[in-house]
Design a protein around this ligand. Sequence first.
Ligand SMILES: Cc1cc2nc3c(=O)[nH]c(=O)nc-3n(C[C@H](O)[C@H](O)[C@H](O)COP(=O)(O)OP(=O)(O)OC[C@H]3O[C@@H](n4cnc5c(N)ncnc54)[C@H](O)[C@@H]3O)c2cc1C
Length: 350
Amino acid sequence: MNVAIAGAGIAGTYLARLLQEKGINPDLFDGMEHETTCRCRSCGWGAPVGIGNYLAKAGLLFDDYLMTPMVSMNFVGLVSKTPLCTINKPRLLRDLASGLPLQKQSLGIKDADAYDIIVDATGISRAFLPPCRSDLVLPTVQHRVFVESLCGEPLEAGVYGNRIPGLGYLWIFPLGQGQYHIGVGGIRLDQHESIMEQFYEEHAPRFTFTPICSCRGIIRVASPYYSAPLYASRTRENGTPQRIIGVGEAIGTVSPFTGEGIIYSLECARLLADSFPDEKRYASKVLARFGWMKRERETLDYLLSKGRATGPRLRDRWRFFRNAQRSGIDLPMIEAFRRMGSLSRWVENP
Ligand SMILES: Cc1cc2nc3c(=O)[nH]c(=O)nc-3n(C[C@H](O)[C@H](O)[C@H](O)COP(=O)(O)OP(=O)(O)OC[C@H]3O[C@@H](n4cnc5c(N)ncnc54)[C@H](O)[C@@H]3O)c2cc1C
């Protein structure tokens, strides 16, 4: 069985390592054509500390990648303890790929013909699978900045759903040594830079911000269910069949509410490695494991369709609350329910 993995992001590299352990040696391809200073796709590098369990399975030590714990975080005014941290994702990707047969080129359809199975780990590009049943994406802009405090207090880690005119959020993730990732993302949003400018202006009396780099990105927030098909087949030029199996963000393993995809890409790769090469079994495991993403997506659809007419329903607020719980964020329920409408400020307070 001849296997290629297209995409050496988190999902593709982790899968390649897990498959190697099973005695399957896939070829790994990635042109790494990222227009970012860190040379990997735009990302905030935020993850729960539980990522350490996945790293351990690949023989890696969490402490080697930990940048800064985000022990407490501001969620639209609610400050809560969290198990979140920032990780050195470029280093992690480099180490995950180390020792793998990585070819630094994109995999094209013609070269792909040489393989019986193509794993589509190409993230937002979804280069091999047919289009999603119903895609939904969140365009983003992120800056890496050096922050100096003029008030004696450090800039707080936080996620703010109330700063975006629509469905989206602004995030502030500390990277250590005074550096931060600050970004905005919103469905159908196109005023990213002016929102960032407004943020800097508002904080100017207390902090100075020195830009280091900036990047644009897109996150697939469709959920796996709405990213179907999760696998497909095609006929090669020589008339023989080829199977294509998606993994990671290519098949929407990202929290639709938060855009968090690192840990879910790892989990998705684990599910695929466990079932490989049984794509049907794998797909049903993915849909079961990430069923909550379907429900989050449906909340987004509801809020988008209702526009200004109404706010989040009880079930939507419950889903926001469950999302925080799932990430280990212990928000007080009643207050959290009251404030969770702020993810959709324009819906509630036009
Ligand atoms: C601005 C922003 C901030 C984010 N912040 C966070 C965060 O803080 N925490 C979090 O958990 N998630 C975050 N995410 C989401 C997270 O980055 C992704 O969900 C996760 O990286 C997906 O991993 P992946 O391996 O599936 O895809 P990717 O990381 O996108 O990897 C896909 C790879 O495929 C390659 N590729 C594309 N086409 C081909 C081809 N034809 N042949 C070979 N290779 C190809 C690409 O070069 C790329 O390297 C953020 C996303 C964005 C845009």
